[in-house]
Design a protein around this ligand. Structure first.
Ligand code: SAM
Ligand code: SF4
Length: 328
């Protein structure tokens, strides 16, 4: 679809990617995110299917091509297949992706595929069941890995694993992770732990810079892939002896925000201009009719206030208490 006047900000960045949270609720209790479990019990306030269609239609009219469904845990939504189908059916949307903790992967991945899901990222912080349980509070590792194998057989391209780097919990497992992707067409992305409103103490104990992994990869014959124009925030590394690849997401590195192409909407219909923004604005009232113009007007006006980057290095985490609020 040719968009005459796509959504840009005052730094000439174009926004073609929407990360849409479907619920804040989660059934895992990851040590870095919701160590005491989800405080969200009701899903009654979450965006409805009709509101999602209206929202995605307005974004697509402004040039959005890719939607990522996230959460909390998006697969807790009983209407997830309908949501995937609806997003995929909006003119201009050419990719629908999902970020999931994988607890329904083995059961549902085939139906997600049939509904039109193009790709997904699954969070796997350890390949050792005991450590996985310690980090996430879940005993589902084997089932998640079985779901991942199934997804490969179903022909999913661009399968990604997200692994949050944790100094004392999984940093010694690099060899296991490398062995895992040696024979699998998967990108395993190490994400540097981000400081959020709720995890300051945990962050100071567990944060590990991705630079140490980068050095090790380079010394062992891995090479950085040339970045494509639409590349995400990860630096990607490949090796001739490995089918899979490694990504490093280092939000504390210089220029991390310069290619930002994404906006976020929470499950309560709030627009976040940045993961670590101080403020967010609700646009729910604009989703009560089919006319996309008011939403388009709202988004163009809001984008004038998007800042050049986050201030994580100054310990400003904005109003984001944990990433389950908005989906990472
Ligand atoms: N529940 C789903 C999952 O875990 O994949 C989707 C939501 S989760 C908030 C999205 C991603 O954010 C996950 O890969 C998770 O590991 C990551 N994440 C959560 N808190 C984080 C933090 N403080 N620092 C870095 N990554 C974090
Ligand atoms: Fe839940 Fe995902 Fe947060 Fe883990 S990272 S607690 S799975 S929202």
């Amino acid at each position: 679809m040719l968009v005459e006047n796509p959504l840009t900000d005052t730094f000439a960045r174009a926004f073609t990617y929407l990360r849409l949270s479907l619920t804040e609720k989660c059934n895992f209790s990851c040590s870095y995110c919701l160590p005491d479990g989800s405080e969200c019990h009701s899903m009654n306030d979450d965006l409805t299917l009709i509101e999602i269609r209206r929202l995605v239609t307005a974004f697509a009219l402004l040039g959005t091509q890719k939607i990522r469904l996230t959460g909390g845990e998006p697969s807790l939504r009983r209407d997830l297949c309908e949501i995937i189908k609806t997003c995929k059916g909006v003119t201009g949307i050419n990719s629908v992706a999902l970020t999931t903790n994988g607890f329904r992967l083995e059961k549902d991945v085939a139906t997600w595929r049939t509904a039109g899901l193009d790709s997904f990222n699954v969070s796997i912080d350890s390949l050792r069941p005991e450590m996985f349980q310690l980090i996430t509070g879940s005993g589902k590792l084997r089932s998640i890995l079985a779901g991942l194998d199934q997804a490969q057989e179903l022909g999913f391209n661009q399968l990604k694993i997200n692994t949050v780097l944790l100094r004392e919990q999984n940093a010694r497992e690099l060899d296991d992770f490398l062995a895992f992707i040696k024979t699998r067409k998967i990108t395993l992305r190490f994400i540097e732990l981000m400081r959020t409103g709720d995890n300051a103490d945990f962050f100071s104990r567990q944060h590990l810079s991705g630079a140490s992994i980068e050095q090790r990869l380079l010394s062992e014959g891995w090479a950085q892939k040339i970045r494509s124009i639409n590349a995400g925030p990860a630096k990607e590394f490949i090796h001739p002896d490995y089918i899979g690849s490694i990504g490093l997401i280092m939000p504390y590195s210089k220029n991390f925000c310069s290619d930002c192409n994404r906006l976020r909407v929470s499950s309560k219909a709030e627009l976040y201009l940045c993961l670590f923004a101080e403020q967010h604005q609700s646009l729910r009232h604009l989703l009560q009719c089919d006319d996309p113009e008011p939403v388009i007007h709202f988004l163009r006006a809001a984008l004038l206030h998007k800042t050049a980057g986050h201030e994580l290095a100054q310990l400003h985490t904005g109003s984001t208490r944990h990433l389950a609020m908005i989906g990472g």
